[in-house]
Design a protein around this ligand. Structure first.
Ligand code: DHE
Length: 515
């Protein structure tokens, strides 16, 4: 009998105690972020269609160790190897059915607020162009701040897990906010009221608004599509199924507005292609090789005027996940998959023209640029290394590599300030913010506003005189600093505030902010 007990105990030890039940493991450890239906939430959908680059041991490694630069923690301390193996197999099994999410389903999700009445003028007396939006991820709200007095004028609920920058109409009156589960919310900044919302995708990346403010593009992971909405009433204008040249469907890494080109530019995550979609009514391209998007399978047919939404493909050597544009939108710098290089693509010529040594997973989406003497430079943090790279975007040379107290996520500056603010987002020094001189490229001060609390992401007010910093904790705060003396001016309690967005800086494409 004793021999049996010993044998049985050994067996339990070898198998990790009991046979892992992947369903239960998934519900307990994964569903809160990736959705009970595996279709995504804060985290991406966990289905074979979106896990293409995560086969085999890589997937198990991510479950065990977590994923750099994401909210994905490692489970090696919580789960036994058998559990991790069971989960790995579980998410590789195709779902019985992935819901359709084409023009019909998207249109059916549209909700316009019946109580919405547009105000004739702003319902507040603050500078309407110096208003800030603060995304509070702690309880899925946005606070609207008067950017002179730093008071909260409104606080409204958003869809679940807002990610990326809200996008403003060119006059700064309306703003569009996207959540990772694909909802796009329209909010009127004069009336301080929601206009409506629509679910443009099931699992989405980000949005862009066209130069004329008429069209909104929503980059989706699931389905593998790009949805174009009318910004006026959120109706569906076009849904591109993202078929790469080889016919395979691809997720969209991100989409941006290129104002000088009157186009949207997006990169395909699963194919080595960049797409440019014309958004001007005449849509005359300033480059060669513009192809109309009438190819078989390219789009779900919805009519459009001639030239609008015409599609051009630029082939690159590898798929691009993360990228930065020069301010004239002639060049795109993309991070290569190996996390060690950047490639420069000339968008006019439609080809790669330079390569940059950028080891340590540069976070190019957070890159900013400014004029340093006669030269325009850009800087990028690195998600896996404690440093910033500063690159001359005329000669494509790295002019400085700056050591920091840990890998950072966001950078910010303004044309009227001498400084760049750079957070440290990972590691033991997550509570510091470096302030860097734009000329000498030296750190002039390191702020530690709340020892032990993560601080991240900065946005300046319209004049560049104040910098707002997030204390990225559930009972966190937005701290207003005098951007010259670097002294604290005011502290506003907020629920895990993440990004902050100033209307003026966004609609004028201010130097040093995100677009
Ligand atoms: Fe973001 C912007 C991609 C993880 C907070 N992030 C963006 C943009 C992209 C992007 C493409 C630009 C969109 C725009 O503004 O139009 N982010 C990614 C990733 O691929 C990554 C690394 C993995 C992922 O989970 O998708 C990632 N991002 C995060 C986070 O973990 C952060 C810190 C917390 C969160 O909310 O998920 C985060 N990302 C942000 C914020 C912005 C952003 C606050 C807008 C910055 C701005 O100033 O414009």
């Amino acid at each position: 009998m004793i021999r049996y007990i010993v044998f049985f105990s050994c067996l339990l030890g070898l198998t990790g105690g009991a046979l892992a039940n992947p369903d239960a493991l998934y519900s307990e450890h994964c569903a809160a972020c990736h959705g009970a239906d595996r279709l995504g939430g804060i985290g991406p959908a966990l289905i074979p269609e979106t896990l293409k680059r995560m086969r085999g041991p890589k997937l198990a490694d991510v479950i065990a160790e977590g994923r750099a630069a994401t909210q994905m923690p490692g489970f090696s301390d919580t789960l036994k190897p058998d559990d991790i193996a069971a989960l790995t197999e579980f998410v590789k099994v195709p779902l019985a059915k992935i819901p359709e999410w084409g023009p019909e389903e998207i249109s059916a999700s549209r909700e316009l607020d019946p109580d919405y009445r547009p105000a004739d003028q702003p319902v507040f007396d603050a500078d309407r162009l110096n208003v800030f939006l603060v995304v509070e991820t702690g309880d899925h709200h946005v606070s609207v701040l008067d950017g002179d007095r730093f008071t909260v004028m409104d606080r409204f609920e958003t869809p679940f897990a807002v990610h990326g920058g809200p996008k403003f109409t060119p006059d700064g009156r309306f703003v569009f906010i996207m959540s990772r589960d694909g909802w796009v919310q329209k909010y009127d900044l004069w009336s301080l009221a929601e206009v409506g919302r629509i679910r443009a995708g099931l699992n989405s990346r980000n949005i862009a608004i066209s130069k004329d403010g008429k069209h909104l593009a929503v980059a989706n992971y699931l389905p593998r599509s790009l949805t174009i909405l009318s910004s006026e009433d959120l109706s569906v204008e076009r849904v591109f199924k993202v078929h790469a040249k080889n016919g395979n469907l691809s997720r969209v890494s991100a989409v941006y507005q290129a104002p000088q080109r009157e186009s949207f530019i997006l990169a395909l995550k699963d194919a080595p292609e960049i797409w440019e979609i014309a958004t001007g009514p005449e849509a005359e391209p300033v480059f060669e090789g513009f192809v109309h998007s009438h190819e078989k399978g390219m789009l779900e047919a919805l009519p459009s005027s001639e030239g609008l939404f015409a599609l051009r493909r630029i082939e690159v050597s590898e798929p691009i996940d993360d990228f930065f544009f020069t301010p004239d939108y002639r060049h795109l710098i993309g991070a290569a998959r190996d996390g060690a290089r950047g490639v420069v693509v000339n968008l006019n010529a439609g080809r790669e023209v330079a390569e940059l040594p950028l080891p340590g997973l540069p976070h190019l989406g957070s890159g900013i640029s400014w004029l340093r003497g006669e030269h325009r430079v850009m800087a990028t943090p690195h998600l896996k290394e404690a440093r910033l790279s500063v690159i001359d975007i005329g000669s494509w040379q790295v002019v400085k590599t700056l050591e920091t107290l840990g890998p950072g996520f966001f950078l910010r500056s303004h044309e009227n300030t001498d400084y760049v603010w750079a957070d440290v987002f990972f590691g033991p020094n997550r509570d510091v913010m470096h302030v860097i001189d734009k000329e000498s490229l030296e750190i002039v001060k390191t702020l530690r506003p709340v020892p032990g609390a993560t601080v991240a992401h900065v946005e300046f007010d319209r004049s560049g005189r104040h910098a707002l910093v997030s204390v990225w904790e559930d009972q966190g705060a937005v701290i207003v600093y005098d951007a010259e003396t670097l002294k604290e001016v005011k502290r506003l309690p907020m629920r895990k505030p993440s990004g902050k967005y100033n209307v003026w800086n966004k609609i004028t494409f201010s130097d040093g902010t995100s677009h």
